[in-house]
Write a protein that binds this ligand. Structure first.
Ligand code: AKG
Ligand code: FE2
Length: 334
């Protein structure tokens, strides 16, 4: 078996290429999503100044005293808003495994442009449009996060168009499923370790993402992101300045009838001789489709020899189960 790799893909032809260049790009994406489901993308057009602002303001937030951060603590396991303290989550629980608490803390927000339309307040919306919780400091964080959310939302919609083409579907196939999405922006801070981890404890335990796709901005620090290759070996994901890591989540794998793979990944602990430089932050945008988006086998992903494997579901129901499964009870006891 060929050794798996996470390829680096320039997506600029998607925006300014001719139809042949766009088709070639879509074919490369299809191949990558069949094999590993992870890619590093350049040519995305996102303003580096905006990325920098989000990173700098986030670092300032995580440097605040714990009591101050706790003023906006995540209110409940099924409300993905606010501050999640260090070790309060175990991502591996989403797959029934267990471990000691993941060695990161995080700040997360949901959609920023909700309206009075019944869609946003209907009972079926559940907690997916819960109000965002904003810290008083640092000044400017809210504005930067809201801007970044909008830019990521647009990029994710555009990537779903590229994905549609890669799946032999009309370019706008997914538009109506992702235009009022229940996506999330989450910034994770992985402090430099002060004590040895417990056995099996990681910065982020092995998991696959839950939604349609993830756009990840990482930092090049010891103790980084790895993905599990089909040969069973963990591979480091390359870090290229200015690029994003894009991966597909469980929902897209299910939608494609497993033509595409949602790959296990983790963030490992830094080596003991590099602890001092190991503080790491990642900015993660999870695109989750509209809560009422119906996820049933795509027409291009089944045939008589390969019938649909999964029952039809909705995006909202699928996600709520995943959010609930990963939370440590201790985080919500005061
Ligand atoms: O920090 C990272 O590089 C990855 C984080 C991650 O996998 C996640 O938040 O789902
Ligand atoms: Fe992840």
């Amino acid at each position: 078996m060929a050794k798996a790799v996470v390829p680096v893909i320039d997506i600029s032809p998607w925006r300014d290429g001719d139809p042949a260049a766009r088709r070639a790009l879509a074919a490369e994406v299809d191949q990558t999503c069949r094999e590993i489901g992870f890619m590093v993308i350049g040519g995305h057009g996102v303003d580096p100044g905006l990325i920098d602002a989000v990173e700098t303001l986030s670092r300032a937030f995580f440097d605040l005293p714990l009591e101050e951060k706790m003023r906006i603590v995540r209110p409940a396991p099924d409300v993905t808003r606010g501050y999640q303290p260090f070790k309060a989550e175990v991502l591996a629980r989403s797959r029934g495994a267990d471990a000691a608490g993941d060695l990161n803390e995080s700040l997360m927000i949901g959609p920023v442009d909700t309206t009075d339309a019944p869609y946003y307040s209907a009972a079926a919306a559940g907690k997916h449009f819960a109000a965002n919780l904003w810290p008083e400091r640092p000044a400017g964080l809210r504005q930067a996060y809201e801007s970044y959310y909008r830019v990521m939302d647009a990029l994710a919609i555009d990537l779903m168009r590229l994905f549609a083409l890669a799946l032999d579907l009309p370019e706008h196939y997914f538009d109506a499923s992702v235009d009022r999405s229940i996506s999330r922006l989450r910034v994770r801070n992985y402090p430099a370790p002060e004590i040895a981890p417990e056995p099996g404890q990681l910065r982020a335990s092995a998991h696959s993402d839950y939604g349609s796709l993830t756009i990840l901005k990482t930092e090049d620090r010891p103790g980084g992101l790895q993905v599990l290759g089909k040969d069973g070996a963990w591979l480091d994901v390359p870090h290229l300045p200015g690029c994003f890591v894009v991966n597909i989540g469980d929902m897209l794998a299910r939608w494609t009838n497993d033509r595409w793979v949602s790959t296990l990944h983790r963030v490992v602990n830094p080596p003991l001789d590099r602890l001092g430089e190991s503080r790491r932050q990642s900015v993660v945008f999870f695109q989750n489709p509209n809560y009422d988006a119906v996820v049933s086998c795509l027409p291009s992903c089944a045939d008589p020899a390969n019938p649909p494997k999964y029952p039809t579901t909705t995006a909202g129901g699928h996600l709520r189960e995943k959010f609930l499964s990963t939370q440590q009870a201790i985080a919500y006891v005061d």
